[in-house]
Design a protein around this ligand. Sequence first.
Ligand SMILES: [Zn+2]
Length: 339
Amino acid sequence: MLDLEKRFPFKKEHFQVFYHPDCLLHEVGSGHPEIPARLSSILRGCARLPAQLPVSFQVPQPARISELELVHEKQYLLRLEAACLRQSRFFMSPDNRISPTTFRAVLAAGGCALALAETLREKGAGFALIRPPGHHASRRSAEGFCYINHVALAIEAIRLNEPEATFLVVDFDVHHGNGIDYIYCEDPGVFYYSLHGEPDHIFPHTGYLHETGCGEGTGYTRNITLPLESSGDHWLRHFEVSLRDFEKKIRPDYLLVSAGFDAHREDPFGVMNVEDRHFIKAAGLIAEIAGDHCEGKVGFFLEGGYSIAVLERLVPEIIAVLAVRRNQRSYLEVYEEKR
Ligand SMILES: [Zn+2]
């Protein structure tokens, strides 16, 4: 591996990036876009970041099955493990390819999500560079290349210690994060915001504007849909206008981000025309909201995005932008304490 944790050693005040080499062990076979090169390219890009950047890389312990039970039913987890071990080709639907070592990747990604949750509890911020992705997975079903819902796992891990904590989840993957939406549909402690392509035309065909939550959670879901082929400027304008809609409903303690990059104009899914600069601006807006509302506690979780070139250059750049922003903020806080 690239030994990023040696090049960017731990400092508590840094922006924390979590990754695990086992996340590369989830093999999907030919013709499937969710390939190990997605992650290895990001890590390669990160190795080129300047060493003086206020960012630390960590390789956490893989999750235990009992920890994944915070979100998923035990039977579901055991079925997934068994399917991997008996060398099934997919799990629950042909989209969800698996290999004998997929379950190791699943545990490693879960461990990164839990480590990021712990960082947030300590008032930090960071990015979990993980695969397989998670936002389509619900409690007992795998869907859309997702097996474990990492954002939900982080929420439930934080709630173990802080049962009253409230969360804003921002999902800018081009696909609606139906797993997160369904898990927290009735939960007014989690405001879910998603900006995605029109459900009539793209997977998972959910996330219409009128879906605003259910029961006690009514009003705590905000789905913004955009026509296919929308320009990056259009995408960003909608993001800017609607992102703060949560302020009427909730004052979040934590901000979690489902960071998918498949709305990019170079993405092979070819759904939208968002460019690097729009994603960078969006990440800055998210960091601003985290600063305004939750003491800068923001955690990014890698979701989709299938252009290897885009991932390699854009994700490290976003990490650099977030790290520098955060460090300036820390500096100001130190400065104010000294005064
Ligand atoms: Zn996606």
